[in-house]
Design a protein around this ligand. Structure first.
Ligand code: PMP
Length: 394
């Protein structure tokens, strides 16, 4: 039986991680995988997470099952962090999932159940795993223009024009903040224009919020999500706690479905519970419990928000250093976009050949589409990367 299986292409980013590991050059720089790293290259356990884990170890008396949708306290805390009262709580169905990936997967499956004809509109480019899960589920995908190769910002005219093709019941997948892989984002005026198109076409927005707190701040990064959720009749939100709580391996995320009324909320909640039951039964609890403890305890919450802010500012600082250094070395402003982008990533907008040359000649590893992880840099490697970029003629 097993011999009938087909081989699957290796995930490009994970394959790159292996290449990096095997590279013997001591000065190699890893700007590949999307994990936050501090100046020493470490992905730390956040202080508040450590403190919450200690408390949990002391206080937890059972490991019995919780509930199909996870702990209701987790849903309350997350709905509050993401939506902050933008919509009535009683209209929001929510289920804990294994990470933001699990939330995306459950969202797609629910869309398929609700409307088998739904097409999923995705930005070009988008997080590759969106495409790979949609392909696995055999769901039709339509790309909308997003990245402007010239300015390295958003091709907003192109995006709006493409979204006119949306039909009622189609889903429009949007990155709530810190677009992966480009780093280019809409401003709030542009988000309002997207809302207008959604209202006109009847498209259902699905927001992937994987980096709340990594761009302009916790509330600022959720502003677009709140605007959309409060403006349209129905929307889906897949939120991840992997990055902003630094709990990648705990697999903590949540899928929220904002419904028009309490009745539809109940129907949707039943489906979310059902989907969890079919796919993995009870979602992981450990990470979700830590997040709930942190968000509900003023002292832990302050400690967490302070550290998250340090992380955010360190990335902004690296962006500015990088843009300044490139300006100095190239004598042009053409790399200013690096300081404008937000989140962990920037797309340089160069060719796979140039990316390969950076790897071969300079031991600098970035994804083939020229996405670089800003958090993989530090003040020592910024000038090295800037010089390599200019020397390579990018
Ligand atoms: N969406 C996007 C856009 C992402 O970049 C990621 C993380 N790479 C996720 C969702 C999900 O992450 P996780 O499953 O680790 O929470």
């Amino acid at each position: 039986m097993f011999s009938n299986l087909k081989t699957h292409p290796a995930d490009k980013i994970l394959a790159l991680m292996q290449l990096y590991k095997d590279d013997p050059r001591p000065n190699k720089i890893d700007l590949g995988v999307g994990v936050y790293k501090d100046a020493t290259g470490l992905t730390p356990v956040m202080r508040a997470v450590k403190a919450a884990e200690k408390q949990l170890w002391e206080q937890e008396t059972t490991k019995t099952y919780v509930a199909l949708a996870g702990d209701p306290g987790f849903a309350d805390a997350m709905v509050d962090m993401v939506l902050a009262g933008a919509v009535a709580r009683e209209n929001v169905a929510a289920a804990a999932t294994p990470g933001g990936t699990g939330a995306c997967r459950q969202a797609f499956e629910m869309v398929k159940m609700a409307n088998p004809d739904a097409r999923i509109f995705v930005s070009n480019p988008t997080w590759p795993n969106h495409l790979s899960i949609l392909k696995h589920l055999n769901m039709p995908v339509v790309e909308y223009r997003y990245f402007d190769a010239e300015s390295r910002g958003v091709d907003f005219e192109g995006m709006l024009a493409d979204l006119q093709q949306v039909k009622a019941g189609d889903v429009v997948l949007l990155h709530g903040c810190c677009h992966n892989p480009t780093g280019a984002n809409l401003n709030l005026t542009q988000w309002q224009a997207v809302v207008d198109v959604l209202l006109k076409t009847g498209g259902v927005p699905m927001i992937d919020l994987a980096y709340q707190g990594f761009g302009d701040g916790l509330d600022e990064d959720a502003a677009a999500t709140r605007l959309v959720a409060s403006s349209v009749p129905e929307c889906l939100i897949a939120a991840s706690c992997s990055k902003n709580f630094g709990i990648y391996r705990e697999r903590t995320g949540i899928l929220m479905a904002v419904a028009q009324d309490k009745g539809l909320r109940t129907l949707t909640q039943g489906t979310l519970n059902y989907l969890n039951r079919q796919n993995y039964s009870f979602p992981p609890d450990h990470g979700a419990r830590l997040v709930t403890m942190i968000l509900n305890d003023p002292k832990l919450r302050t400690e967490w928000a302070t550290e998250l802010e340090e992380v955010r500012l360190s990335m902004l600082n690296l962006r500015q250093q990088m843009a300044d250094e490139l300006q100095r070395l190239s004598g042009s402003d053409r790399f200013g976009f690096i300081a404008q982008h937000r989140g962990m990533f920037s797309r340089l907008g160069t060719t796979p050949e140039m990316v390969e040359r950076l790897r071969a000649e300079h031991a600098i590893y970035m994804v083939g589409d020229s996405r670089l992880n800003i958090a993989g840099l530090n003040s020592t490697t910024v000038p090295i990367l800037a010089k390599a970029i200019v020397d390579t003629g990018i």
